[in-house]
Ligand binder design. Structure first.
Ligand code: NAP
Length: 341
């Protein structure tokens, strides 16, 4: 069975580690800081539809010997801003075969899966790795306390669309993609192989640019209106910049995909960016979500006032220490009113 080296012991990384581990896969988590210390000392608390379990998960630091072998699949489950640190730290490692003979380096021999929202992960990772499999993850996974992960999906753990983002060795990439999607399917994920993963990543960012609104104080109606306008602006900029975002409806693989179990304790909304603010992390992914739209807008000379304003609001808030229920929805609503005039 394929061994999975999962870098990032957060919401997505732990969910994959537990669910693949339950199906008999050898999994190794790469963690850091408080999470690494926690996992070394005690089991992790995993809450899902199946109930609450305390699970021991093997975890090491990024600079540890990962014993990379041919046949391993590496999943990068850190946030986009951490990829430029993580990818080169893995790329030049030796990879051995079953006999322990060094066959080459990870950059050439290990397929890497990128689960990040946004558009940057596949390009960043391809700077170091020959074969990158992009995945759009559709999962309600929450990590707001060290040592605790909640996954809400039921009857499916979650969904994923996966495809080859880039490769120099198409047959090897096809085989790795087949293995990854089969293993996820067996681990109770809804899964779809796609040929144009970049188009689905573009569709996902149209949705993800709304995530930052969750950390702002404000009434639901205003937040919904701002969220819809952020998405519309993102789609406009992406299309003008030459991307071809799939319809967001194409991200729904099954009517039951969005259902989740109350037993997991997962709270609706509270997506990855909200969780970063709730945990008070010093960095978050906003610069790769709304910031990606700002970047494309600047490169193509198209204004993207709403996404840029939200990026700036949340960037300044992070700089000032973060938090939740932050001020600023009014300034976004004002922009919306100007756009609608
Ligand atoms: N959560 C979801 O439901 C969901 C759904 C779809 C897609 N995604 C995407 O999946 C990606 C991961 O999101 P997430 O919610 O799982 O994030 P997360 O809970 O913050 O997990 C990321 C983990 O990576 C760790 N990490 C970062 N740099 C590292 C390094 N150098 N060495 C070892 N560990 C490192 C972080 O450590 P620290 O705790 O020390 O920061 C954190 O524990 C994001 O790009 C997100 O957009 C998430």
């Amino acid at each position: 069975m394929t061994r999975y080296v999962i870098v990032g012991a957060g919401a997505v990384g732990v969910s994959l580690a537990v669910e693949l581990g339950d199906r008999g896969h050898d999994v190794l988590l790469v963690a850091r800081g408080a999470t690494l210390k926690y996992l070394a000392a005690q089991p992790l608390s995993y809450h899902s539809h199946a109930g609450h379990r305390e699970i021991r998960l093997p975890a090491v630091a990024l600079d540890a010997d990962l014993g990379l072998r041919t046949g391993d699949i590496v999943v990068l489950a850190v946030k986009s801003q951490d990829l430029p640190t993580v990818a080169p730290a893995l790329a030049w490692r030796d990879v051995t075969d079953e006999q322990g003979t060094v066959r080459g380096i990870a950059a050439n021999l290990v397929p890497v899966v990128t689960v990040q929202n946004g558009l940057d992960a596949e390009r960043t990772t391809a700077r170091w790795f020959d074969t990158v499999l992009g995945a759009v993850f559709l999962i309600s996974a929450q990590h707001t306390r060290t040592g605790e992960v909640r996954v809400g999906g039921h009857p499916y753990v979650g969904g994923a669309l996966a495809g080859i983002a880039s490769t120099l060795t198409p047959e090897f990439a096809e085989q790795a993609l087949k293995t990854f999607t089969t293993d996820l399917h067996d681990a109770n994920f809804l899964i779809k192989q796609v040929t144009d993963i970049h188009s689905y990543k573009a569709a996902k960012i149209v949705h993800s640019v709304r995530n930052g609104v969750e950390v702002l104080a404000g009434d639901r109606k205003t937040k919904d209106a701002v969220g819809q306008a952020l998405s519309a602006e993102a789609r406009f900029v992406l299309t003008a910049a030459g991307f071809d975002p799939a319809d967001t409806a194409a991200l729904i693989l099954d009517p039951a995909q969005g259902h989740f179990s109350e037993r997991s304790g997962v709270t609706a909304g509270r997506q990855s960016t909200w969780q970063s603010f709730a945990r008070g992390t010093p960095t978050n992914e906003v610069d790769y979500l709304n910031g990606e739209i700002s970047l494309l807008a600047r490169l193509h000379g198209i204004p993207a006032p709403l996404n840029t304003r939200l990026q700036q609001l949340l960037g300044r808030a992070t700089h000032a220490g973060g938090g939740l229920d932050l001020p600023g929805i009014d300034t976004l609503a004002e922009l919306l009113a100007v756009e609608q005039d």
